[in-house]
Design a protein around this ligand. Structure first.
Ligand code: DAH
Length: 340
């Protein structure tokens, strides 16, 4: 009897030509009230001897069914995938033979392009391009820049701290809040004279709005040599801004400003003209490098002087292209990006 049942089940398995049909066969024999399942249920009423021999038979039946079932299942699954792939044929020559479909080429992100532009302009003025880590220590980000631990200036730059044990000398790890720590790293590594710019991403733990983002890009500048003064800074920045904005009559002015790592510190404004309107915009922080900062970098302040500046590349980009919301720049929204 079970022999016939197996025969019959195997035939049905072979006849099933889709995985769905095959599933039905499984339910018919092995489901909750399937024929093989029902047979198993009869075992409990038998004597121990009968149970043993009958049990063995049913077990053989079950194994026979399962083996045939999985072989057929694998075959049907593969056939179905092959059929699907065949139907989903993708014509890679379509763009060539059908000129109404245009190819979409990627382009460089406006911020990256602008960074390259700035690098190029400073390189032409004899500056080298340097780089530093985005994960910094309290020492480089603050201490060495003349911002000791209880200095109120630390609160001016809200900081992302890393969950990492504190180091004796360098303090906690953090995401750098400005590119200025690379000043120290460059002095330590190369000494003086130095003429570099440092482009990079910086991070502030701040609420975002149209003019603030928690990640933005800065460009730091550093010029160290003997007998350096602020006159060169004015000349360099004037030249840079004229070339960057492509306008020959850009005016800059210095105002006193406070940054712990420079003395005197200055804010640089640029006269911004649009149509009949013009106004002074604060664009760059700068100053003569503080003697404590030169010392921290291993230089003798009696021998070397220098100036430093820092500005937001992101802000420059917004001015240059009239972008009204800083968050567009990291949105990866093609409607925005395609305008560049
Ligand atoms: N690090 C300053 C900031 O992020 C910007 C800055 C100001 C950089 C003055 C300088 C400088 O090098 O001299 O707000």
């Amino acid at each position: 009897m079970p022999g016939n049942l197996l025969q019959q089940a195997l035939e049905e398995i072979q006849k099933a030509d889709t995985t769905t049909a095959l599933k039905d066969v499984e339910v018919k024999y092995m489901g909750r009230s399937g024929q093989i399942t029902e047979l198993l249920k009869t075992l409990k009423d038998l004597s121990p001897e009968e149970k043993r021999s009958k049990g063995q038979e049913i077990q053989t039946l079950k194994t026979g069914f399962t083996e045939a079932y999985s072989t057929r299942e694998r075959y049907l699954q593969k056939a179905e995938i092959d059929a699907k792939l065949k139907a989903e044929f993708f014509d890679i020559t379509l763009n060539e033979i059908n000129p109404t479909r245009s190819l979409q080429a990627g382009t460089i992100h406006p911020l990256s392009r602008m960074q390259r532009e700035v690098e190029q302009l400073f390189a032409e003025m004899g500056f080298q391009i340097a780089d530093g880590p985005e994960v910094e220590s309290e020492y480089y980000n603050f201490e060495a820049l003349n911002i000791p631990s209880h200095h109120p200036a630390r609160d001016m730059q809200d900081t992302f701290f890393l969950d990492h044990p504190k180091d004796e000398k360098h303090g906690h790890l953090l995401l750098r809040t400005h590119t200025s720590p690379v000043q120290i790293r460059m002095m330590e590594k190369h000494g003086a004279p130095l003429r570099i710019i440092i482009p990079g991403r910086v991070f502030r733990y701040e609420a975002t709005d149209a003019t603030h983002d928690s990640t933005f890009n800065q460009i730091e500048g550093l010029f160290i040599d003997k007998g350096i003064g602020l006159a060169q800074l004015k000349g360099v920045m004037n030249e840079f801004l004229q070339r960057f904005f492509g306008e020959s009559d850009i005016k800059v002015r210095f105002r006193p400003g406070y940054f712990p790592f420079v003395e005197p510190g200055i804010e640089m404004d640029m006269l911004w003209k649009r149509g009949n309107h013009s106004k002074w915009l604060e664009v760059v922080g700068a100053g003569m490098i503080h003697p404590n900062v030169l010392k921290a970098g291993g230089l003798d302040p009696d021998q070397y002087q220098g100036w430093a500046f820092g500005f937001g590349l992101t802000r420059m980009a917004m001015l240059k292209y009239g972008i009204d919301d800083i968050r567009h720049l990291h949105s990866n929204d093609l409607r925005f990006l395609n305008q560049f």
